[in-house]
Write a protein that binds this ligand. Structure first.
Ligand SMILES: C[S@@+](CC[C@H](N)C(=O)[O-])C[C@H]1O[C@@H](n2cnc3c(N)ncnc32)[C@H](O)[C@@H]1O
Length: 250
């Protein structure tokens, strides 16, 4: 049975949204999509939603539906639509995802809520003035690029705004930024780690609960990364535990 969504706006049920998302080629797991939807519901009333890296729009649809569910703000979907360095290496000069992206937005009924910006995140950042309620970082995954995305856009995220990173376990550049810098900062509250997504809130981690969450996520990520590199048979456990603890509930 499909789970009704407890929000106005004719968004549909979670089962409908999963079906919609399944039809879009992309790099987001089903559970991750639902988590992104819930994060967008939290952030989309605090300021605009910015997506860095749309590909064909799988994550964009979850973001747009989450925002729609709370009558939230528009999504700025930044992507030059020529693929990441690894896509360009595989098919030099041949990647162009713009038409498919636009068609997927129209099919999902969210084209009026999504503003595509056909440029790199760095180009979009120049002259940016809008306060951001939710920043989703899923563009170039090299350490240099993801750091530039995080530190460059962070000043535009409102206090209490949400930031989420994708591919935080298996992509070395993102993993390094998250483990060595983001999770070492006391200026952020950790909301949760669900599969590859790490979600944080721009708000000082002052309470004991915040400190404990930060400690737990750091520690379980470390245990998972080590167990994975040593191919321990129980390596999935810390990852599952993090998923079970992730907030908002999924
Ligand atoms: C991993 S894919 C994004 C997947 C997408 N979020 C999904 O749900 O399927 C990475 C995307 O980032 C884009 N990209 C690469 N470098 C970028 C940059 N500097 N700024 C914005 N987007 C970039 C690529 O064109 C590619 O479409």
């Amino acid at each position: 049975m499909s789970t009704p969504i407890e929000a106005p706006g004719g968004v549909g049920s979670l089962a409908d949204l999963r079906k919609l998302s399944d039809q879009i080629d992309g790099f987001l797991g089903r559970r991750e999509g639902v988590y992104l939807f819930k994060l967008a519901k939290l952030g989309a009333n605090r300021g605009v939603v910015v997506e860095i890296g749309s590909w064909k729009g799988k994550s964009t649809v979850w973001l747009a539906k989450g925002s729609e569910a709370v009558n939230g703000q528009v999504i700025f979907a930044i992507d030059p639509h020529i693929g990441s360095p690894e896509h360009q290496q595989q098919s030099p000069g041949k990647v162009n995802t713009e038409q498919e992206f636009r068609a997927n937005m129209a099919r999902a009924g969210v084209a009026n809520r999504v503003t595509p910006l056909l440029m790199t995140s760095l180009a979009a950042l120049a002259g940016w003035t809008k306060p951001i309620g939710f920043l989703w970082i899923d563009g170039d995954h090299s350490y240099e690029a993801v750091s530039q995305d995080y530190y460059g856009w962070l000043p535009h995220v409102v206090d209490g705004g949400i930031i989420a990173f994708h591919d935080t376990y298996y992509w070395e550049g993102v993993r390094r930024l998250v483990d060595e810098e983001v999770l070492q900062s006391q200026g952020m509250r950790v909301l949760g780690q669900l599969d590859g997504i790490l979600a944080i809130q721009k708000s000082p981690a002052t309470s004991l609960t915040d400190q404990f969450n930060l400690f737990l996520v750091r520690r379980l990520r470390r245990v998972f990364n080590r167990a994975r590199s040593q191919r321990k048979p129980w390596r999935a456990l810390p990852r599952k535990l993090l998923r079970a603890l992730a907030w908002p509930r999924h």
